[in-house]
Design a protein around this ligand. Structure first.
Ligand code: MLT
Length: 348
C-alpha cells in the first residue's frame, strides 16, 4: 500500500510538472487555431457589433481568426456559463458586460458562475451611455411627459429588454422605480431584436446604449427622451441629459469587457490583452470609441481591475435588492424571482 501510495504521489507530481511544461509550450505556440469569442446576446446588438469590430482587429494581430459565436439566453448568463465551463486554454473567450459580469449576480441566486472568481479580465472594450428610448409615435414629447404617461397608462405600457439581468433590463429598473411604474416586460434575446420591435412600434419603450440607439434616433425611427450622461453626447446633441430633464438619479453606464475562463495561463492572457489593445488602438476605432466613452480606463488583469469589478457587482447587488424589495411591496406577481428562492450569496 505504502509503495502504491508513494508511486501515486510521484505520478501526480510528474503529471503536474508535465502539465506545467505543456502549458508553457502551449502558451508559446498560442494561438495555433481559431479563437472563439462568445457573444451572449443576439447578432446585431451592441455587444455583438462591438465584439465583431475588435475581433477583426484581434485576428489580424494575433495571427488566427477570432470567431464570434452568439450564445443567447437568460439575459446573457447562458453564454457566460458556457464560457466559464470552457477549457482555460485561450481558445474560448467572452465579450461580457455589466449585466453578465456584474448585475446578473443579484438577480440569479443560482447563477452557475461568479464573475470575479470564475473569469480573468482581458480588457475593457467600451463604456457606453444609456438612453431612455420609445417608439416614435408614443405621445409624450419629453421625459416629464413620459413619466406621467407611464403612470397614467401603467396597465398597458410595455418595456422591451434583453432578458433578466441584461443591461437593458437593469439600467431601466431605476428609471421605473423613480417614476413608480411597473410595465409589462417583454424579453428578447438581445437589444438588436428588441430595437427592431421598438422601430416597428411593437413595444413602447426600452433603455439601451448609444451604440444601438444613435443610428435609429438620428434616422427618426425612434424617440430618445434622455441620455444618462453628465453632458450631452456629441453623437446626439439634441437629446437632453437626464439631469436636464429633472431626473439626475437616472445615471447608469454600461460597459463591455473581454474575459477568459479562470486559470487561463498568464502568457496567453497577455497575448489576448495585447491583441485587444492593438485592435482598440486602430485609429478609426479609437475615434469611434472616444465618442462613446465615459472615461473608463482599459481593464487589465491586475488587482485594480478585480477590485473595480467586485465593487460594481456589489453595487448592483445593493441597488437591485433595494429595487426588488420595493417591488415586493407592490405585490408578488411581477417580481423577476420570487423572494423565497432569492438568497443572498455571501460576498467576499
Ligand atoms: C445586446 O448586445 O444585445 C445588449 O447589450 C443586451 C443587453 O441589454 O444587455
Amino acid at each position: 500500500m505504502k509503495t502504491i501510495g508513494r508511486f501515486a504521489v510521484v505520478a501526480a507530481a510528474l503529471a503536474v510538472t508535465l502539465a506545467g511544461t505543456n502549458f508553457g509550450a502551449r502558451a508559446q505556440t498560442y494561438p495555433a487555431r481559431p479563437i472563439v469569442m462568445i457573444v451572449p446576446f443576439a447578432a446585431g446588438g451592441p455587444v455583438d457589433v462591438m465584439a465583431r469590430m475588435v475581433a477583426e482587429g484581434m485576428s489580424r494581430s494575433i495571427g488566427q481568426p477570432v470567431i464570434i459565436e452568439n450564445v443567447v439566453g437568460a439575459g446573457g448568463t447562458t453564454g457566460a456559463t458556457r464560457a466559464m465551463r470552457a477549457a482555460a486554454d485561450g481558445y474560448t473567450i467572452i465579450a461580457g458586460h455589466m449585466g453578465t459580469h456584474a448585475a446578473a449576480v443579484a438577480l440569479y441566486p443560482n447563477l452557475a458562475y461568479d464573475p470575479v472568481k470564475d473569469f480573468e479580465p482581458i480588457g475593457l472594450l467600451a463604456s457606453t451611455s444609456v438612453l431612455v428610448l420609445a417608439r416614435k409615435d408614443l405621445p409624450p414629447r419629453n421625459l416629464r411627459e413620459f413619466a406621467h404617461y407611464l403612470k397614467d397608462n401603467s396597465a398597458k405600457v410595455n418595456m422591451a429588454h434583453a432578458g433578466i439581468g441584461s443591461s437593458s433590463h437593469v439600467t431601466c429598473l431605476p428609471l421605473n422605480q423613480a417614476i413608480g411604474v411597473r410595465p409589462t416586460m417583454i424579453p428578447f434575446s438581445g437589444t438588436g431584436p428588441a430595437m427592431n420591435a421598438l422601430v416597428a412600434g411593437q413595444v413602447d419603450y426600452m433603455c439601451d446604449v448609444i451604440t444601438n440607439a444613435a443610428p435609429q434616433v438620428q434616422a427618426g425611427t425612434i424617440k430618445a427622451y434622455a441620455i444618462a450622461m453628465p453632458k450631452r453626447n456629441p453623437a446626439l446633441t439634441e437629446v437632453p441629459t437626464a439631469s436636464e430633464e429633472g431626473m439626475p438619479s437616472f445615471d447608469p453606464t454600461s460597459w463591455v469587457a473581454v474575459f477568459a475562463p479562470k486559470s487561463t495561463p498568464g502568457a496567453i492572457l497577455d497575448k489576448l490583452s495585447a491583441a485587444l489593445d492593438k485592435a482598440l488602438d486602430d485609429y478609426r476605432r479609437k475615434l469611434f470609441f472616444q465618442v462613446l466613452n465615459r472615461g473608463y480606463a482599459l481593464l487589465k488583469a491586475d488587482p485594480a481591475a478585480w477590485a473595480a469589478l467586485k465593487e460594481e457587482r456589489n453595487a448592483w447587488d445593493a441597488t437591485l435588492m433595494d429595487g426588488l424589495d420595493s417591488e415586493e411591496r407592490w405585490g408578488e406577481d411581477r417580481r423577476p424571482t420570487p423572494p423565497k428562492h432569492r438568497k443572498r450569496r455571501p460576498r467576499k
